[in-house]
Design a protein. Structure first.
Length: 382
């Protein structure tokens, strides 16, 4: 049911809204977190970097609050922009989503010992561009950290020891309590603070779309990057969460937090809205993400999937044919795999994700081909 069709004033008055920009370096787990918050796969995920290439809007409804989540491409620097020839959409995605959001959620991967205690300069530079935006820090992949006590130091370093404008006081004893409560900050405090802040939040002056239009999308200046590099962490986070987007640990608390911070406003989308990506485009993105997981090095980035056929049959099954343009026959061989093993896995995984999301049985065929092979097929046989 579209939002505009709601006629009852009491219903529209009760509507609440909260827009969250999910940002982080490539592979931090942004898309996995959104899937976990929505309890379904709407954002394709892979082991490799640069899976998400444009902003994707998704939403869930809870207690009459619509929580809009913006998945963004991993933040890149100038060198990477040149190397991968990224589009503007890719480069400015995070900026664009932050400008229009109520909250910036920075996802930080703590599974890597080397980068765990460093807030990436690209993130600091990005936050520095929006110093007055509310932001939270989400330490992700805590399932991969053996000694969870070290995360205390991580929080201290990444926040410069300041959360919500106050010095943090996390004693070891406190941490064991946090651990007991499934790796989240104490719920009681969290709820209290969140409730207090709902009243303080300013009313939206501008419509969402207007904000996007008015926002500037310029790349970082050298000074901004330098400023970001000079800071050890970011001292303006409002809250810190520790989660595992993969195992859903701590994700309930985060979902709840967004709802509690929502403010009275009309929903942006219909109540059954899940994502702004059309099913056909989503199919392409899922195939691309799975190719990243199944093929080595630069290979998957050179393949071009397109939906060739899309129709429901009498039994309600959705028949999809995806053509996969490969640069040459060697690629076709790799996509098919020994005895068809790779293409079979790829097809099954895509089918599972799509039928779960679209709630219909899906019959998918993936057809790898080269320009040459399609020319040969079109030639009349002599
Ligand atoms: N162990 C562990 N792995 C995770 C967790 N969250 C995400 N991952 C893995 O990290 C990898 C990257 O996840 P994505 O969600 O695609 O990361 P992203 O930040 O969206 O990446 P880009 O779109 O490339 O910027 C995948 O292999 C995920 O399964 C987590 O909590 N624990
Ligand atoms: Mg992603």
């Amino acid at each position: 049911m579209p939002t505009q069709n709601l006629t009852s004033t009491s219903i529209s008055l009760a509507q609440r809204l909260f827009k969250v920009a999910i940002v982080g370096v490539p592979n931090a787990g942004k898309s996995t977190l959104i899937n976990s918050l929505l309890s379904t796969v709407v954002c394709p995920v892979s082991k490799r970097v640069h899976t998400t290439r444009t902003n994707q809007f998704s939403a869930y409804l809870q207690d009459n609050a619509q929580i809009v989540l913006v998945d963004t491409p991993g933040i890149v620097n100038v060198k990477e922009i040149k190397k991968f020839a990224f589009s503007k959409d890719f480069v400015f995605g995070p900026d664009r989503s932050i400008a229009a959001a109520d909250l910036v959620a920075v996802i930080h991967d703590v599974s890597n010992n080397i980068s765990r205690n460093k807030l990436d300069p690209r993130i600091k530079a990005l936050l520095g561009r929006f110093p007055d935006k509310n932001s939270i820090l989400i330490l992700n992949k805590v399932d991969a950290v053996k000694n969870k006590n070290t995360l205390l130091d991580t929080v201290r370093i990444l926040t410069c020891g300041i959360v919500d404008g106050k010095p943090i006081q996390m004693k070891r004893s406190h941490f064991s309590r946090v651990k007991e409560e499934k790796m989240r900050m104490t719920m009681e405090n969290l709820l209290k603070r969140a409730k207090a802040r709902v009243d303080e939040l300013p009313q939206d002056q501008m419509e969402f779309d207007d904000k996007i239009k008015k926002m500037m999308t310029v790349s970082f200046s050298q000074e901004e990057i330098q400023e970001g590099l000079n800071l050890i962490g970011w001292p303006k986070f409002h809250d810190v969460f520790m989660i595992s987007a993969l195992t859903n640990e701590g994700v309930d608390a985060l979902r709840e937090y967004f709802v509690l911070n929502s403010k009275p406003a009309s929903w942006l989308y219909a109540e059954d809205f899940l994502t702004d990506v059309k099913p056909q485009e989503l199919t392409i993105r899922v195939v691309r993400a799975l190719l990243l997981d199944h093929l080595p090095q630069e290979m998957p980035y050179k393949l071009d999937p397109k939906v060739e056929y899309w129709d429901r049959n009498d039994t309600g099954e959705l028949k999809i044919i995806v053509q996969l343009l490969c640069p040459n026959e060697r690629y076709v061989g790799r996509v098919v795999g020994t005895g068809g093993s790779i293409i079979r896995n790829l097809t099954l995984a895509t089918q599972t994700i799509l039928s779960d999301l679209l709630r219909v049985p899906v019959d998918l065929l993936i057809k790898p081909y080269t320009k040459q092979s399609s020319k040969d097929k079109d030639k009349p046989s002599s």
